[in-house]
Design a protein around this ligand. Sequence first.
Ligand code: MF3
Ligand code: CO
Length: 252
Amino acid sequence: MIFIKNEREIELMKKAGMLVSLTHQYLKPFIKPGITTKQLDKLAHDFIIKNGGTPTQIGYEGYPCATCISINDTVVHGIPGNEKLKDGDIVTIDMVIGYKGYQGDAAWTYAVGNISEEKKYLMQHTEKALYEGIKQVKPGNRIGDISNAVETYAKEHNLGVVKELCGHGIGTDMHEDPDVPNYGPKGVGPRLKEGMIICIEPMLNYGADDIYVMDDGWSVKTLDGTPAAHYEHTVLVTQDGYEILTPRLKEK
Ligand code: MF3
Ligand code: CO
């Protein structure tokens, strides 16, 4: 069932979304060679608590941390640990934060030091694929219009689309209906209505799109070891289009 949010709920979703944006902004200057992913997670965790939020991911299906931190060929759900970021890595930080019971979710891929042209290309075009999807958000359009826009853009840029994972509705639960796939035909799927809130999150990679889950039960990696990028926004369907609830803030 797809929930339509009322004005009060939308206000709380905006607050949750802004807290996700602020946490990303806070982390950005720390994303440097030498820091461990566990240290980044601790910084995020403490910042969330200090600002009145809840690190919703902790305990979700047994997940242990506030953030997912995925380096290079890890597509999503990397568990923070003792691995240090190195010059030339790309790293995705993804997090769900609760505010008074309402959830915000956003992921960004960051460059660590100097990265290769291939990685720059992958990051740039994965982010653009997200915005191509977001442009389709308006009442009357269908979920498939978003999916198709993401896939079309990725294909035009010779990037692989990870198909096993998708975006989702969001509200008091981090994962609500509907699913928001990153591929498929346009004109299909649920129709968007004012007051729906969805997460759009293309995961693109630089090689073939096959993936596997590591022994830790969480980390999803590309089978061929090529790097992957992941960008995600929480997006509200408005009367005539959309509003991004997790806007990207400038580095302080
Ligand atoms: N942020 C992820 C998403 O986009 C969910 C993380 S799964 C968790 O859906 F287990 F780590 F919480
Ligand atoms: Co997410």
